[in-house]
Design a protein around this ligand. Structure first.
Ligand SMILES: *Cc1c(COP(=O)(O)O)cnc(C)c1O
Length: 387
């Protein structure tokens, strides 16, 4: 999607800020993923719902045949209501409440990704009360780093996620022995916005070491889930909007040893939805500071928190102007100095009322919005609704 393709005329009737999703980009992304999966019948993709749970987006993804990866009872419900079959839903999270576990048991989801021995015992107990058996995989903390922002690294021993390598054998043995637990395999997730394939190679190597040991111990591993984390090119949403799925899957084809009958599960979130979404905002004021020129827009960190939370870069474009470029700090109205979308950004000369597109905002955008400052939550529109 390039600058000229935004339906700016249609935006004039819509209250800003709002999320605009180009379903052509989403569908092309899903087609690319499906093409890769077709070559490997033992691969299964569960879209990570936490990246974007807009019901219209979820419906398109479920219709493409993907499963869902959830991290809360609310996400399990949202996924099922959006048409994901329960037997393709997996559910991770370090702090599953009894109510959430019961909900997932009632839906008969495919698998709980269990993150501690204590949680395993509770799932066994709650499943027993319902006379059910819960399918579970154990999430292992592989102690593999990822070259990404420290807030989105999850696979190091110091992170709260998963069961550590020293304890894993005893927890597997318990899982096999518990009466209301069906142990199906192992799960990993090392972080997000990972662009260096070396990190996924390191994960594969660690998994191979573990599965070699587990085979010796005769632990039955039917499935391996390698989580998500593939990054996107925030610098080039116009020309490199399809993430490099081929290289990603190639890493697992080349480096991960599967034994016949094992399935390999993936949980991509960001790379599925990031590039189809833009946050559309209007310029309220252009303010000349003493050493800066500010474009003050009506979207804030409450609508898109990634720049404030992770110092994340998003490409910013003035989609109303073709005038020569001028340099601005693009800032929101929220009473926080971190409410900045970009510093020293070159935009076509900008005036009150212009539409600004903050690009690659389809993942961890709308879903992370808050009402801080009593601001309303942004709405999301698909391109096909605005024809
Ligand atoms: C967040 C998360 C994902 C998705 O990560 P992306 O970087 O968006 O691909 C996958 N699995 C688990 C367990 C997660 O918490």
């Amino acid at each position: 999607m390039i600058k000229g393709t935004f339906p700016v005329e249609r935006f004039k009737d819509i209250e800003t800020p709002f999320y605009y999703y180009d379903t052509r980009v989403l569908r092309e992304t899903l087609d690319t993923i499906r093409e890769e999966l077709r070559r490997n019948p033992e691969y299964e993709m569960h879209y990570a719902v936490k990246a974007n749970a807009n019901p219209k987006i979820l419906r398109i993804i479920s219709a493409a045949g993907l499963g869902a990866d959830c991290v809360s009872g609310g996400e399990v419900r949202a996924a099922i209501e959006a048409g994901f079959p329960a037997d393709k839903v997996v559910y991770a999270g370090v702090g599953k409440s009894d109510r959430e576990i019961n909900l997932a048991l009632d839906y008969n989801i495919h698998c709980f990704n269990v993150e501690s021995e204590a949680e395993l015992l509770i799932i066994n107990e709650l499943a027993g009360l319902k006379n059910k058996t819960a399918r579970i995989a154990l999430r292992i903390n592989p102690n593999v780093g990822a070259h990404t922002h420290s807030n989105i690294t999850t696979g190091l021993a110091e992170n709260k996620f998963g069961i550590n390598l020293e304890q894993i054998e005893s927890v597997i043995e318990q899982a096999i022995a518990l009466p209301h637990i069906d142990f199906v395999g192992i799960h990993f997730h090392i972080g997000s916005q990972i662009l260096d394939m070396i990190d996924f190679v390191a994960l594969c190597n660690r998994i191979n070491e573990l599965t070699t040991l587990f085979e010796r111990r005769r632990y039955p591993i039917r499935s391996i889930n390698v989580g998500g984390g593939l990054g996107v090119d925030y610098g080039h949403p116009n020309h490199k909007y399809i993430p490099d799925f081929h290289s990603y899957f190639e890493v697992f084809r080349k480096h991960l040893r599967l034994i016949p009958g094992q399935t390999l599960h993936f949980e991509l979130g960001r790379s599925v939805v990031a590039q189809c979404g833009s946050l559309i905002t209007r310029v309220l004021y252009v303010k000349e500071g003493t050493c800066k020129r500010f474009a003050i827009v009506d979207a804030g960190m409450t609508d898109l928190i990634r720049p404030a939370l992770y110092q994340a870069y998003h490409r910013i474009e003035n989609i109303s102007s073709d005038e020569p470029e001028v340099t601005y700090d693009v800032v929101g109205p929220v009473c926080e100095s971190s409410d900045v979308f970009g510093k020293s950004i070159d935009l076509n000369a900008t005036h009150r009322g212009d539409f600004i597109a903050i690009r690659s905002a389809g993942a961890y955008g709308e879903i992370m919005a808050s009402q801080y400052n009593c601001r309303p939550l942004p709405k999301g529109y698909l391109n096909e609704e605005l024809l």
